[in-house]
Design a protein around this ligand. Structure first.
Ligand code: ADP
Ligand code: MG
Length: 374
């Protein structure tokens, strides 16, 4: 597991060490630096995947398939930390693993460049060890919308098992893995009809919409796949017709990549999620946290940006119910101090309570209630 991320001169961070746990929640006001934490990982990943993350002539690839950060000027923190003896500032990303290994990549700032040359980097063999054994998922806040078809990339969905930064390969992944047994016990849903991957996905999706079922099929002759929904007893309605995603509530399709990412997790997986709560009703948001806790119990590490107190409370409940240990969670509240991102870290206790509630940290419910009762 990666137990700390260190950032220097990276976007909202002048210099920060961010502790990480099997499940880490990144919370806080808009534009407080949460996505930048995920982007630091994604930047490393896309640089690694395009073979630029090596010391000799390599660099950090700012614009790629996963993330587009602009040029050095966009990324360099405004209130720069200078390195003694170097005329150019360094933009650095460091990782520490729970086994005590340290990795660091420091790139030289260049205003106009979008590949920042590495000044120093952990050696290539060690770098391989941190990336190769980690299954990786990154799901951005803007994900696939309901559509009549989705791409069928064998390389991404099946070769790499990658769902796409917008979840665009999810349907193809689901089609390919529909009948494989789900081996990881913590991820199994007790109401799944069989132990097949698809039936577990369906059972978890039924937490969001009771009675729903899914099918992912190939569209013959073209490189595309199709998703369809069935509803049986949903909200009192029974219908035998299958529905295409465009005729079904937005939230279901939006949540599907999150569900599939969590269910495909295994030991060593790194799953980065932005707003898993998007377009879900409150109970569904809480269930996403249950699923995240299950993915962590299956051996994955999750780093999750969220604005949802239901996700937070779902995680607290998972701890209270014994689905995961309090020490396997980290909750960070980001706020701005001038140009800098400042991080406060309330702890979840084993009984699900929180060590403190900094001002602005999920306190709006209480603030509003106070005014209503006044
Ligand atoms: N180069 C930079 N220097 C300083 N601050 C930056 C830089 N780039 C972005 N930011 C700040 O980072 C914040 C955006 O961070 P982001 O991680 O997208 O926020 P969140 O996900 O919390 O909404 C904004 O406040 C922006 O001003
Ligand atoms: Mg964000």
């Amino acid at each position: 597991m990666i137990d700390q991320l260190s950032l220097t001169n990276f976007k909202a961070f002048r210099s920060a060490d961010i502790p990480l746990a099997p499940v880490t929640l990144l919370t806080g006001l808009n534009s407080s630096g949460k996505s930048s934490v995920l982007q630091a990982f994604v930047l490393l990943r896309q640089s690694y995947d395009s073979s630029t993350l090596f010391s000799s002539g390599g660099g950090l690839l700012l614009n790629g398939e996963l993330v587009e950060l602009g040029t050095g000027l966009d990324v360099l923190h405004e209130d720069v930390v200078h390195t003694p003896g170097l005329p150019t500032p360094l933009i650095s990303i460091g990782l520490r693993t729970s086994e005590g290994q340290n990795f660091n990549w420091s790139a030289l700032y260049a205003a106009e460049q979008d590949v920042l040359t590495l000044h120093s980097a952990s050696d290539a063999q060690r770098t391989k060890s941190v990336f190769d054994r980690r299954r990786f998922q990154y799901l951005k806040a803007d994900r696939i919308a309901p559509a009549t078809s989705y791409p069928k990339s064998h390389h991404q969905a099946i070769g790499l098992g990658f769902l796409g930064a917008s979840g665009e390969h999810t349907v193809n992944y689901l089609r390919h893995h529909a009948r494989r047994p789900l081996t990881s016990k913590p991820l199994r849903h007790p109401k799944a009809q069989t132990n097949n991957f698809l039936d577990h996905v369906v059972a978890w999706m039924q937490e969001l919409c009771p009675g729903v079922n899914l099918e992912a099929t190939e569209i013959p002759g073209i490189d595309a796949v199709r998703l369809s929904y069935g509803f049986d007893g949903t909200a009192g309605l029974t219908s035998s017709a299958r529905r295409r995603p465009t005729n079904v509530g937005f939230g279901l399709t939006y949540a599907l990549p999150i569900v599939v990412a969590c269910l495909s997790a295994g030991p060593g997986s790194l799953i980065l999620l932005e707003n898993p709560e998007a377009h879900l009703h409150p109970r569904g948001q809480s269930r996403m946290a249950t699923l995240m806790a299950a993915a962590a119990a299956a051996g994955a590490q999750l780093i999750v940006e969220t604005h949802s107190d239901h996700v937070l409370n779902g995680l607290r409940l998972a701890v209270k119910n014994g689905a995961m240990s309090a020490t396997d969670t980290a909750v960070h509240y980001f706020r701005r101090r001038g140009l800098q991102a400042e991080i406060v870290t309330p702890r979840i206790h084993e009984d699900g309570s929180l060590s403190d509630w900094p001002e602005g940290f999920f306190d709006e419910w209480e603030n509003s209630l106070e005014q209503l009762l006044d």
